[in-house]
Design a protein around this ligand. Structure first.
Ligand code: ASP
Length: 352
């Protein structure tokens, strides 16, 4: 099925082709703007957030608070078994158990909440919100977070889909020829289980931030984290200041990518502080990327030119409605909805 974006491009192309304009249009595609008229609502997200930003904007246009809007948006992704980076269907930890991290911040009231290493609950973002609203704490983890969720009526379920389990099993069986887990093989195969090619460890997350009609800013970051992590590992997503930061007077920022690098640089709060100092969102995101690069000194994480072998991406907007994103490495896009049309993907800047 064509995605809404693809469908729209297809319809645009068909119309333009009819008018004989397709060639010139293809040569110079219109550049998306990086701001929304001041005071107009806005929703931005990581690249897997087209639907989430559309849902968030639809609610904001009905008068919703930005936090209700972003949570309704990210819940769509948490509920999607085909997105292996979040909620139901997320890739599990090393032991084959899905463990989720999430954080929320509500700008107008200056509050935040988070959960980490939460098992069996598909919408950790909603639990994070309850930590914010119904406890005197900010972060609950593991068994305590699960107990808290159950106290509020969340029901436990197995979040490990067959597709995610098979990916985990393949990873486990190809780790080493020295252990006892064997992938499918023939009787002739030598070194069964030895990794033949580098197995890319999948990352992925959704960060979604929005500005509502009353100027309220809120955000959420929710994830299953690094695939096949050590049980109990917590990434940047649920750590306020690292994976998410909102300041209602300045703007919002969030991140995806290698959480360990971001934890060592606390970058989302830095992006917001750079914007407070006057940097545009994209420039602020680029500076946060540079800060991570400067902080990364471990040789095993650097290529021959001393550049990080991993990526981290940031998404940000300011109170005026200017938005931008940047990553260490090229090729990333983020989702934007300014309320005038359907959500679109915008190319972010990059350091290298
Ligand atoms: N930042 C997330 C983490 O480290 C993963 C990701 O965004 O891909 O858990």
């Amino acid at each position: 099925m064509l995605s809404p974006l693809t469908r729209r491009r297809f319809l645009q192309a068909a119309t333009l082709a009819g008018a004989g304009q397709l060639a010139s249009q293809a040569a110079a595609p219109p550049q998306p703007t990086s701001s929304t008229p001041a005071g107009r609502p806005l929703a931005i997200a990581s690249g897997n957030g087209l639907q989430a930003t559309a849902r968030a904007m639809a609610l904001i246009q009905q008068g919703a608070d930005a936090l209700d809007a972003v949570l309704a948006g990210v819940n769509l992704v948490e509920d999607d078994p085909n997105d292996h980076t979040v909620g139901l269907g997320g890739y599990p930890n090393e032991a084959g158990v899905v463990e989720l991290d999430a954080s929320v911040m509500h700008g107008p009231t200056g509050r935040g909440g988070a959960v980490a290493a939460l098992q069996n609950i598909r919408n950790p973002s909603n639990v994070a919100r309850l930590v914010m609203e119904r406890t005197d704490h900010v972060l609950l983890v593991g068994a305590g977070a699960l107990q808290f969720a159950k106290a509020h009526g969340f029901t436990e379920e197995n979040l490990l889909t067959n597709a995610a389990r098979e990916a985990w099993l393949k990873w486990k069986e190809s780790l080493s020829a020295q252990d006892d887990w064997l992938p499918p093989h023939s009787i002739q195969t030598p070194d069964v289980g030895a990794r033949r090619a580098p197995f890319a460890r999948p990352y992925g997350t959704i960060n979604c931030n929005a500005l509502d009609q009353r100027g309220g800013i809120s955000g959420c970051t929710t994830t299953s984290g690094l695939a096949f992590k050590i049980p109990g590992r917590v990434g940047d997503s649920p750590i306020l200041g690292a994976g998410l930061w909102v300041d209602n007077e300045v703007g919002a920022a969030g991140s995806t990518g290698r959480g360990e690098a971001n934890l060592l640089a606390c970058s989302s709060v830095m992006v917001v502080e750079y914007m407070r100092q006057g940097l545009a969102p994209e420039a602020a995101c680029l500076r946060a990327c540079q800060r991570i690069v400067t902080q990364t000194k471990m040789r095993r994480l650097l290529d021959d030119q001393g550049r990080p072998k991993f990526n981290v991406s940031f998404y940000a907007f300011n109170k005026q409605g200017d938005f931008g994103g940047a990553a260490i490495w090229p090729g990333f896009k983020f989702a934007v909805n300014t309320g005038e049309a359907e959500s679109r993907l915008v190319a972010g800047a990059h350091l290298y």
